[in-house]
Design a protein around this ligand. Structure first.
Ligand SMILES: *Cc1c(COP(=O)(O)O)cnc(C)c1O
Length: 308
């Protein structure tokens, strides 16, 4: 089948004295490179750079498969003006031949030129439908959602939630955990909706621990993760925790200290560092290691979920 098999994304060992001084081994799970390991991709679909990055792909692939198998011709999802999830969905839809509709938060955007992120969506064939913030929020109500989909010409479309996190998405991310069995003590990932962490934790073996670094402020995330796991597995699964102290009060806020940390890490290790999620993850892991959080001998794997 088109989306299988999918070999594991590569692992890379990093030698950094901030970790080695504390006896901590740091590995990167290069999910940003996931597509370079799929031989059929380039032949069938063109340049690897256009593919959705790792964790979004892992969340979307099982949903696209379900949508196609159920005979849907359209898939609809939701996001803000800079949503990686919208971009990933548009790319995945183009690759797999299913029409995509993106419902975008903020009707003030409708009359303006598209930003780079939305232009990328449109170039991949996504039809964009802009709505007010209040209607966007109201989509949690089934009646309001039905009206919204109708207005967007997406009644009957397969619905993927904002951020792409649902039960099938967790199953896709559990694969990420299984790829890390026997490899690491701690598997760490940056969290938006928490879907990737929820699935990752479910795929790890007993004795391994998943650690999430929330990118947004607010204590809502552990409740979200628990309810996603309950939806997918009927209850809490795996050993996971959150390192809550590393967000900077907003999705796209990158303070100067973080910016220079990211630039330093990138140049030292020859690695492109995505600023919003990946930089915060690496920053948090460095700080936790320097604070002696991980006992000497611990292997920590940072999941590189995307590229700049
Ligand atoms: C979306 C995203 C995340 C967070 O994924 P969630 O499953 O929403 O927690 C992490 N890193 C990158 C690069 C992303 O685009």
């Amino acid at each position: 089948m088109l989306l299988q098999p999918r070999p594991p994304s590569p692992l890379q060992e990093i030698h950094d004295e901030r970790f080695e001084r504390h006896g901590v081994r740091l590995l990167l799970k290069r999910d940003d490179l996931i597509h370079t390991t799929i031989p059929w991709d380039t032949d069938l679909f063109g340049p690897v750079d256009l593919y959705p990055p790792g964790n979004k792909w892992r969340k979307l692939a099982p949903n696209l498969r379900a949508a196609l198998e159920a005979g849907h011709e359209q898939l609809v999802t939701f996001g803000g003006a800079y949503s990686n999830h919208l971009r990933a969905t548009a790319a995945a839809g183009r690759l797999l031949g299913i029409a995509t509709v993106g419902i975008v938060r903020g009707d003030e955007l409708a009359g303006r030129p598209l930003n780079d992120s939305l232009a990328r969506c449109a170039a991949d064939g996504m039809r964009l439908h802009f709505v007010t913030r209040s209607r966007y929020r109201a989509k949690a109500d089934p009646q309001a959602l039905a009206e919204l989909l109708d207005e967007a010409g997406a009644s009957g479309a397969y619905v993927v939630p904002e951020g792409g996190s649902n039960a099938l998405a967790l199953a896709g991310c559990a694969e990420l955990g299984r790829e890390l069995r026997g490899v690491t003590d701690v598997a760490a990932v940056a969290c938006g909706t928490g879907g990737t962490l929820a699935g990752l934790a479910a795929g790890l073996a007993p004795g391994q621990r998943a650690l999430g670094v929330p990118v947004l402020a607010g204590g809502f995330l552990s409740g979200e993760i628990r309810s996603l796991q309950t939806e997918a597995y009927g209850g809490p699964v795996g050993d996971w925790s959150l390192a809550e102290d590393f967000h900077h009060g907003g999705y796209a806020r990158v303070p100067e200290a973080l910016e220079s940390f990211a630039a330093g890490f990138a140049s030292r290790h020859g690695l492109p560092v995505e600023r919003i999620y990946v930089a915060k993850l690496l920053w948090a892991l460095t700080a936790l290691t320097e604070a002696g959080t991980f006992p000497p001998g611990t292997t920590v794997t940072a999941i590189i979920t995307g590229r700049p």
